[in-house]
Design a protein around this ligand. Sequence first.
Ligand SMILES: [Zn+2]
Length: 214
Amino acid sequence: MENEKEFDLRTMEDPYKEKKYVLTDEERAASKFGKLVFAFPQENNEIVAEGDPADYVVHPQAYFRGASQIPGSEFNQSYQIFVKPFFLDRVQHRHAKDEFLVFLGASFPNVFDFDAHIEFTIGKGEEAETYVIDKPTIIRIPAGVYHCPLNFKEVNKPVLFLATLFTPMFGGVYDLPDGKTMEMYYNGPVPCKYNPDKKCDSCGKCLQESWENK
Ligand SMILES: [Zn+2]
């Protein structure tokens, strides 16, 4: 860097000593960047399969529901801590964009303290391959590539699981047992952004919003 000698970043002072704090909901609504700062709501996952107990995961969980929460976001992400074996995702599917799955130890603060046996299949039919996750791992699933089942078979220590999908809302194309395919979207058990008395039905209307106050 040419200016190396003119600056010492270690001693640079905060240029905003006279801070313009955004503290209240009213200030946030009137602010320029307020829609970019979102506090996670506490969520409790809905039972995925009939009869499954919900205590495989720590309650509550945090989820980032993408563009419905921060307008313009091109990704959504889950943050769950698994504490018991659970067959999470049985149905093969694919997505329009890349998905990343992260498995880390949740015996904080050491994320490498990992003791679980998780099985995950990538590909479909004859090309399908099943991987065993028994150490901290990240998996990329390129757009259009079939994946799952995902089975947390043994969970001897808590596992932090993050699923990140680079679309404004979670969704994909699922291969149903009857041979048909179905496009499905899921935005969580959250209220509708426009009508708090209504449950979100993943209609996608709020995905058109801008992060800017206009
Ligand atoms: Zn997926």
